[in-house]
Design a binder for this molecule. Structure first.
Ligand SMILES: Nc1ncnc2c1ncn2[C@@H]1O[C@H](COP(=O)(O)OP(=O)(O)OP(=O)(O)O)[C@@H](O)[C@H]1O
Length: 225
């Protein structure tokens, strides 16, 4: 379960504090698939980054599986993220000097897994990239890079997966392939999936859609998906 309580975030800009998120309270049950939507600048990416422990709020609480993130030391937070959190970026963020297989193996090897390279090859096969193991990111299309990023994000079987506009840089057909992959992985791994999107089609495939407006929750609806 993800619990966000009375979360606020202000950032300094032009010598003054600008409110970005204001009094957000949100509970996300285990295994739920939820989309965060809203106009550009409404605070979606900021909220996602806070829930994933990438940033610290000004006030409020964030717990994942009962662990409070906001008071953790940097090193404890980094360890927690490695064990519990997968993150997918709009612009893929693969390591350019590593092959597809090495990119996926990296988090496995960091977490002490002996057969990381073998497991990485299996994961890449499961996202349809068995014949791209030794390609570097620059040798892959955008959709292929995002599939590598999806395989990497799920590699350590994290209970929590966050995705910031995962289809934002892809054409619609490739975007649909990546979404199908996310849904399959969610089903197979039982992951809680929180994603930010501008894509109505993608949002509608989640079980719940939370809309932000000016840093506050404007609506919170189950979709029936
Ligand atoms: N480091 C920063 N310093 C100052 N303001 C910031 C900073 N990062 C983000 N902001 C501001 O915070 C607000 C929310 O940004 P955020 O990226 O969370 O919005 P978003 O809803 O994800 O937008 P988009 O859909 O365009 O990606 C924006 O007005 C942005 O300009």
């Amino acid at each position: 379960m993800i619990s966000v309580t009375k979360l606020s975030m202000s950032l300094a800009a032009g010598g003054r504090a600008v409110p970005i998120l204001d009094d957000i309270t949100l509970e996300i049950p285990d295994k739920q698939m939820i989309a965060i939507v809203g106009a550009s600048g409404s605070g979606k990416s900021t909220l996602l980054g806070l829930m994933a422990g990438l940033d610290r709020p000004t006030t409020g609480s964030i717990t994942l599986d009962g662990t409070e993130l906001t008071t953790m030391s940097e090193s404890a937070l980094a360890k927690f993220r490695r064990a519990k959190i997968g993150y997918i970026f709009q612009s893929f963020h693969l390591i350019p000097t590593l092959t597809a297989r090495e990119n996926v193996a990296a988090p496995l090897e960091l977490s002490g897994e002996q057969d990381g390279q073998v497991r990485a090859a299996e994961l890449l096969a499961s996202v349809g990239l068995a014949d791209r193991l030794d390609h570097y990111p620059v040798q892959l299309s955008g959709g292929e890079q995002q599939r590598v990023a999806v395989a990497r994000a799920f590699a350590c079987r994290p209970p929590f997966l966050f995705a910031d506009e995962p289809t934002g840089n892809l054409d619609s057909t490739t975007g649909i392939q990546v979404v199908n992959l996310l849904l399959n992985m969610h089903r197979d791994f039982g992951t809680t999936l929180v994603l930010v999107t501008h894509d109505q089609h993608l949002a509608g495939r989640m079980q719940r859609v939370v809309a932000l407006r000016d840093g506050r929750i404007e609506s919170d609806q189950l979709t029936g998906s």
